[in-house]
Write a protein that binds this ligand. Structure first.
Ligand code: TMP
Length: 234
């Protein structure tokens, strides 16, 4: 059943993609973007952390900082939230207002799972910080691409052209927690999440995601038949 839209930016749709490293998010975001573009729809693909100049600088600090191993979990959480706050206000909210589909490679659930479940920070501050960072912009749908941890780690190793980054150096136990965290989250909020088995072929995953997008958000009209964007300032 299509979800009730509580966002003021109701003309657009935010779809976030979650999953561990190597789950295939990037490929599936590109495929979904292509399907939507074929219908003439305005599509923005972005990623977290990053997606803005400030966000990319923050990403660099978190992921590539040579002193990164000394970064405490609290700092990490706040840096991810800072990048997210900027992305929401600079890119996502304006795009939703003009009626675009926004596809985000990670969003607030990454903090819940990586910093909350895997790094074991308390959920109350994480939820509050997440809410503060996103304001009233919540995903209409979140797609979790689920792969067994060993598959995810093998894919990370395969694609790492140089040294793995700071997050990728985490051990298998960390990634087991990430996977479990996502599955638990999806179980608790089934109306927002869709879990797809990431070990299937890319074509099969793409079809399943498209079917779910249409089921949850309603059939996607072509640009000509789509609702008009919300006028700014009203
Ligand atoms: P990726 O987007 O290339 O997968 O890399 C981003 C890394 O940052 C990945 O290990 C997940 C992690 N991350 C968090 O730990 N918390 C967050 O809130 C976000 C957005 C990402």
């Amino acid at each position: 059943m299509p979800q009730k839209d509580t966002s003021p930016a109701s003309a657009g749709k935010l779809i976030s993609f979650e999953g561990s490293e190597g789950s295939g998010k990037t490929t599936q975001i590109a495929r979904l973007a292509q399907r939507l573009q074929k219908l003439g729809r305005d599509v923005i693909s972005t990623r977290e952390p990053g997606g803005t100049e400030i966000g990319e600088q923050v990403r660099n600090i978190i992921v590539h900082n040579s002193k990164g191993d000394e970064m405490c979990a609290e700092t990490e959480l706040l840096l991810f939230a800072a990048a997210r706050a900027q992305l929401v206000r600079e890119v996502i909210a304006p795009a939703l207002l003009r009626g675009a589909f926004v596809l985000s490679d990670r969003f607030l659930d990454s903090s819940t799972v990586y910093q909350g479940v895997a790094r074991n920070l308390s959920m109350d501050p994480i939820n509050q910080i997440n809410r503060f960072a996103v304001g009233n912009v919540m995903p209409h749908l979140t797609i979790i691409i689920d792969v067994p941890t060993q598959v995810s780690l093998a894919r990370i190793r395969q694609r790492a052209s140089d040294l793995p980054d700071r997050m990728e150096r985490e051990n298998i136990g960390f990634y087991e927690k990430v996977r479990e965290g996502y599955l638990l989250l999806a179980k608790g909020i089934p109306e927002r999440f869709f879990v797809v088995d990431g070990t299937q072929t890319e074509d099969v995953i793409e079809k399943k995601i498209w079917a779910e997008v249409e089921k949850r958000l309603g059939p996607i009209p072509t640009a000509a038949a789509a609702p008009q964007p919300v006028k700014a300032g009203r």
